[in-house]
Design a protein around this ligand. Sequence first.
Ligand code: NAD
Ligand code: UDP
Ligand code: UDP
Length: 324
Amino acid sequence: MNPRLPRRVVVTGGAGFLGSHLCTRLIEAGHEVLCVDNFYTGTKANIAHLIGHPSFELLRHDITFPLYIEADEIYNLACPASPVHYQHDPVQTTKTCVHGSINMLGLARRLNARILQASTSEVYGDPDRHPQREDYWGHVNPNGIRACYDEGKRCAETLFADYQRQYGLQVKIARIFNTYGPRMRPDDGRVVSNLIMQALAGEPMTVYGDGGQTRSFCYVDDLIDGLVRLMNSPDDFHGPVNLGNTHETTVLDIARTIRGLAGSASDIELRPLPQDDPVRRCPDIDLARRMLGWEPATPLEEGLRRTLAYFREHFFQHGAIPAA
Ligand code: NAD
Ligand code: UDP
Ligand code: UDP
């Protein structure tokens, strides 16, 4: 790892699920962190443990507006990630991806700072190649209900690539696949948090479609490790690089696993499949292995156990059902 220490690091979206873990990791590594967030989906609770730390600062700011500050590197994570949230105000989602990226790239350019973009497996859309490699261009509906996010993130990748080519900026692009873990919101709307909340409450567990669609779930600690390695990778490596777990599982299987680990008697209820819901998704992570020496280390059941423990502790103190 590159020992350029200590640094002033900006984390946009730092009060969100991934951002809060990243802020914590960077502070533990000795850096100064400025968390920039407009609290659209992020919460103060996510960063409560960092408030008052001498190396931590918080700025409430919407990155679709310019930002003039000093920093050595920037992780651009600001953007709602759950379909429920990014579809709630789709125009703002595209603005965050596009205007937000332009502003953060402009900031990086002025400061000559490294900048990492949290891109997504959604740039592959509903892929017709499996597993997805970085040289696959994707299969995206440009005007469907997911397009604000998918196309927004694709345009952001274009901007990052062009700032690199045009201005020689040090950019890094991570294509993040489904990630789960503590600090997902209980009302986040994504599958793991929904199913855990339902299992722990003893309510029906909602599986969309026939549950045969697949995803590959990465535990948050592993993902954060990948982001930090990417930021510290050699100057001439920009990505995009897939970061995700290669263990592909159906949604129905993950529902059954969560129910078993929670010791829950919830029924599984099938609900209509949302429009443009990808059928399969699984990363090829050979590039991350070669360039970053990275691969996930946390088995799914272990990660789910830790996530269940978090949800129990924070939302079921008085126990809807007894611990398994
Ligand atoms: P999240 O919704 O928990 O966090 C996003 C954060 O960005 C929130 O704190 C929110 O308040 C903030 N934000 C949103 N719009 C903003 C704006 N205009 N200005 C300032 N702050 C703003 O989501 P997450 O899961 O932590 O995802 C973080 C990043 O990683 C996102 O860019 C997302 O697209 C990407 N990503 C996440 C996953 C995943 O599985 N978690 C997968 C692929 C990509
Ligand atoms: N910007 C910013 N902070 C900075 C520098 C730039 O927010 O420290 C924003 C500003 O809104 C600008 C955008 O980033 O419009 C792109 O900056 P760039 O220098 O690439 O292009 P400009 O639009 O200034 O020609
Ligand atoms: N899903 C589900 N039940 C839920 C929430 C989601 O079956 O309560 C499905 C969703 O239709 C998708 C998969 O789980 O096929 C993953 O959804 P998520 O929103 O977590 O992320 P995506 O990968 O679709 O962005």
